[in-house]
Ligand binder design. Sequence first.
Ligand code: TPP
Ligand code: SF4
Ligand code: MG
Length: 337
Amino acid sequence: MSETEVKPKKVKRFVPNIKKVSQNPQPLANGHRLCPGCSESLILKQALSTIDVPVITANATGCSEICFGAYPYTSFKTPWIHSLFENAASVISGIEAMHKAKLKRGELSEKQKSVKFLAIGGDGATYDIGFQWLSGALERGHNFVYICFDNEGYMNTGYQRSGATPKYSSTATSPVGTEIKGKPQKKKPLTDIIAAHNIPYVAQCSPSNFGDLMKKAHKAFNADGPAFLNIISACPTSWKTRPEKGLEILQTGVDSCFWPLFEVDNGVWKVTYKPKEKQPITHWLQNQGRFKHLLKEENAHLVAEIQEDVDKNWEKLLRMEKAFGKKAESITGVDLQ
Ligand SMILES: Cc1ncc(C[n+]2csc(CCOP(=O)(O)OP(=O)(O)O)c2C)c(N)n1
Ligand code: SF4
Ligand SMILES: [Mg+2]
């Protein structure tokens, strides 16, 4: 490291002790308007119970905003602002910049100084329509956490396909028929794209692996600059799954490596969960109505294609860890220093 480089701040290791974190102030009141079995409230509770300081949230339009925000039934007990669909990252950037200015002018109490900044949005808001706002906020280096609830589609408006929708999922705008077998395109690798912004902390998580999610949320909230958490979120209504099976289904996504759990912490890649036995992709597909057509014999080649893609992505991730992890091997063997 050169003399001019700033050393990343050391964050104390966080141990998700359920008894202890359950005593932290809960961000959400009892009650919301999410469908039964929706993961979004669980994700927020897991993430926000890792900090015990005030948080200001900007919420992009989507299920979370509609279901947590409707006056007079607002679920958030902390300051919360509804942005447009696309600009939650810009709204929170402005609030964070104002906080910095007030801090400089000595206008904040000790409690106000400790405030954290959060932007939340669905995959439609994050992968697609708000992407340039998010990318700009990350590049400017605002100190905030962005949480994406990736339920793989525009669910609030009835499951239109988004950049996050996986290939061959049946959606309202890519219905299975004689012409197509669901969405023809692959899912956008957003976590990798965000990691390419070289921000302090990026991670992919699932509420089924709550210890992993909470450790990552704690790191994100304590990062020196922007942090991004891409969190897969079960949507029983549009995935056509049983509400009580959400976490089990998400676990099959993780164990099949369709949704691997990893982090990029100040440039260091780490796969944070390696399944003892990688499950076949059919375990992820089989209990979801949106993939029902894939289980017909005539579509076996489509499942094989998905499996091949998942395997390639998993191999690539392991190679990233090898090349850019803590024990990284030099790619060329040449030391440039
Ligand atoms: C500019 C704009 N386009 C479209 C809409 C309509 N709209 C509201 S919520 C929504 C879907 C949100 O999808 P996503 O961000 O994935 O969140 P989810 O509902 O899936 O949680 C759409 C299309 C809008 N409010 N603003
Ligand atoms: S439509 Fe899906 S994402 Fe929206 S509240 Fe219902 S279960 Fe949650
Ligand atoms: Mg969505």
